[in-house]
Design a protein around this ligand. Sequence first.
Ligand SMILES: Cc1ncc(COP(=O)(O)O)c(C=O)c1O
Length: 355
Amino acid sequence: MAKPTEKISIEKSESTKINSVDFSKLDFGKVFTDHMFVCDYENGQWQAPKIMPYQAMTFEPSARVFHYGQAVFEGMKAYKDDEGKVFLFRPKQNFERINKSAERLSMPAFPEDYFFTGLENLLKLDNDWIKPGLGNSLYIRPFVIATEPAISASPANTYRFMIICSPAQSYYNSPVRVLVAEHYSRSANGGVGAAKAAGNYAAQFYPTSLAQKEGFQQIIWTDADTHTYLEEAGTMNVFFRVNDTLITAPVSDRILDGITRKSIIQLAEDLGITCEVRPVKVEEIKKAAKDGSLKEVFGAGTAAVISEISAFQHKDELFEISGAEDSYAKLFKQTLLNIQYNVSEDVHGWRHEVK
Ligand SMILES: Cc1ncc(COP(=O)(O)O)c(C=O)c1O
């Protein structure tokens, strides 16, 4: 699909950092590949895109992104199979979502051909950074920031779209313990919760740090109005298994339309597992935990694929979840990994080979 295009100028790095990286001990998101993709928006249009060596950039202190948080991003991964072929998973969904996020933050849409040509050429240049083997991947971070040097509180006239990449191993491997939010909220009706807006994540850091002091890794956010419905966790949508039925909250303007989530809903249908998409009451999940019908709780997102939740606390009650022998979490994780790494058939056409 990617053409070594007339549209993109490519400046190759003269050296590589790859030999200084220990791929067996990667600290997530701290090491970046040799190249990055950059495209500026000026005079009402996206200018000629470039790939260049990964490097620091300079911005004026007045750049609007620093003052009003006009910034959106995406998170996706590239996977390599045992023959060295490289795949993306449902990348069009990420492309569409970054533009949906951008629209909500009053930012211009990025063109699809620039997105894919830029991304695929970048992955080809940094191919050696994508290691084969289940769990190894290249985390891809497309993002857009408002660069205009002006501090009046209004949308910028200039932006920068970029893609940077960071090698990753699977993380959140061990089951996590979560706290159900009772006071703080990550999003509100009519707000920006459904956008991958940078500020949504900053807003979670403080309440999450309080939860961490109490021994929980994550918070399960509840609806801001009543704190009685379970919504999503950190960077994951959440699924509950009561007896053999899966339940997950519907997406809304408070909840991100996760690609892993929608893939699991489809896989459940394929596997004949009932999945109810409906508001999930905190009380019903507590009741299910008490009467033993709550078999599993897990988060779903690109970074960890599936993250099993072993306990949750609400008010002063702690519930341990023992897990099921026939774990849905493990089944979905394996099924997704097999599709992502080109191990199994891809009946829905979710794999996108980078050629
Ligand atoms: C708030 C939030 N919810 C859910 C997800 C999971 O979405 P996806 O499966 O597309 O990675 C993410 C990660 O992107 C997220 O940031």
